[in-house]
Design a protein around this ligand. Structure first.
Ligand code: IMP
Length: 432
């Protein structure tokens, strides 16, 4: 049991992080989103009602939770306000339960325009981004021409500074991409949303977290996207622009790596990927279509169909090493119900050689052929099962085999989208 826990995706995102965070946040004081922006789409199903969150941390629906958007995030004010309004319409009043770091970076309409223009220009070479402006917003931050939320409160000249940066981006948009310019009015609207609606939520979240750690408060750090989409440790360039791995928590939040205890890997019982990039176990056949249909594998943010494939143990072991996982939450087991056999990729064949670790570059990774171990499937439904003994024997064998091969304990198995569809194997690890 540990008072600080990270929950993140071990694959290419969409592993079901939202459900897990929501499930274990009932005794947590703070839930912190530490990277990315509204490219994420975390789906929660509570008593049959579906809610998709993009920026707001999934644990916010618990009464005692304060939700924090950390310094490492890129945040669109209009996307955030839209989400707050949608929650309000559903009867969730969370306005006073949200804090925004004054060091978080603004994501503005010119970032979205640049993301779209670039993807259009690259055509078949495109990354397949969510077109939310994430990459361009992080670029501006690193180039030191970004704007922090604190600047809106403290910088008297922010409008002049913003006009300068807007000119710069409009030059690129119009002259390089032949795309329409972004008007200052659009930027002004975002500023107004901060000044009129969000200003009271902007605060020094770093000091707040330091204090919370000193008081030994329970804090849950919620990852977005997945390990294999990390800017440095994913399948570059087909990645997102932030650090999605456990190490990213310390960097983004301004806390010590020593402050982090448990690191839980949310891991799908098979693999999916949205957008372009290498995917060694991809199934471009009827089984792939079966998994896509059964798993409703369509992006929560963009609605795009997700590419589907078998479980990739080479990637899972890599991910476990990069993050130092202390437990696995295995999700969407029920999607595999009815398959005659189930495969696990245990190694790659690359240029005639067997590899147990993935190559670090997209080009050789594209050339890797999976080497599979085949297990018998199960024909019974596992949907909603919450007791180990009730699982079909072949499902038990599959779970145990995954656990043995990764070498990390599976602490829970998710057997459906609802909070209740959860089979706990070790509850102690998630009791904060
Ligand atoms: P970006 O984050 O919008 O720049 O997109 C970069 C890559 O990350 C693309 O392949 C996206 O499909 C992928 N991506 C971004 N956010 C998510 C997510 O929440 N789930 C899964 N994939 C994502």
């Amino acid at each position: 049991m540990n008072k600080r826990m990270v929950v993140l995706g071990s694959q290419w995102g969409d592993e079901g992080k939202g459900k897990l965070v929501d499930l274990i946040a009932n005794k947590v004081k703070y839930v912190v989103r530490f990277q990315g922006g509204h490219n994420a789409g975390h789906t929660l199903v509570i008593r049959g009602d579906k809610t998709v969150l993009h920026l707001i941390p999934s644990g916010i629906l618990h009464d005692q939770v304060m939700a924090i958007l950390a310094p490492g995030m890129v945040i669109s004010p209009s996307a955030l306000v839209k989400e707050l309004d949608q929650l309000k319409q559903k009867g969730f009043e969370v306005e006073n339960k949200l804090l925004i770091s004054d060091q978080a970076t603004l994501l503005l309409p010119y970032h979205v325009a640049l993301d779209k223009a670039r993807e259009k220009e690259k055509a078949s070479q495109k990354i397949g981004t969510t077109q939310r402006g994430i990459g361009p917003a992080y670029e501006d931050k690193i180039a030191r021409r970004g704007f922090k939320f604190g600047a809106v409160l403290y910088n008297q000249d922010i409008e002049t500074d913003l006009k300068e940066v807007l000119d710069y981006h409009n030059f690129v948009l119009q002259n390089y991409y032949q795309a329409p310019a972004v008007s200052f009015d659009e930027i002004k609207q975002e500023l107004d949303l901060i000044r009129n609606r969000l200003h009271s939520k902007i605060t020094d979240t770093t000091s707040l977290l330091h204090q919370a750690i000193e008081e030994n408060a329970a804090i849950l750090f919620e990852g977005a996207q997945g390990t294999l989409l990390d800017i440095d440790h994913g399948t570059y360039p087909f990645v997102t622009s932030s650090h999605t791995i456990a190490g990213g928590v310390a960097v983004s939040c301004g806390i010590s790596p020593n402050a982090i205890g448990e690191i839980i890997a949310v891991t799908k019982a098979y693999s999916t990927r949205v957008g372009s990039g290498p995917f060694p176990t991809e199934l471009i056949d009827e089984t792939g279509q079966f998994i896509q249909k059964q798993g409703n594998e369509f992006g929560a943010t963009t609605g795009r169909p997700r590419r589907c494939g078998w479980f990739d143990m080479v990637m899972a072991k890599y991910s476990a090493k990069v993050n130092g996982f202390t437990g696995i939450a295995l999700t969407k087991l029920d999607v595999l119900d009815g398959l005659p056999e189930i495969k696990i990729c245990v190694a790659y064949q690359y240029k005639g050689e067997k590899r147990l670790t993935p190559p670090n570059h997209a080009v050789p990774l594209e050339q890797c052929e999976p080497i599979y171990e085949t297990l018998p499937g199960w024909q019974q439904s596992t949907k909603g099962i919450v007791e180990w003994e009730q699982l079909p024997e072949n499902a038990q064998k599959y779970i145990k085999r995954l656990e043995t091969l990764v070498g990390v304990k599976i602490v829970l198995v998710s057997t459906g989208p609802d909070r209740e569809d959860t089979l706990w194997l070790d509850k102690t690890i998630c009791q904060m």
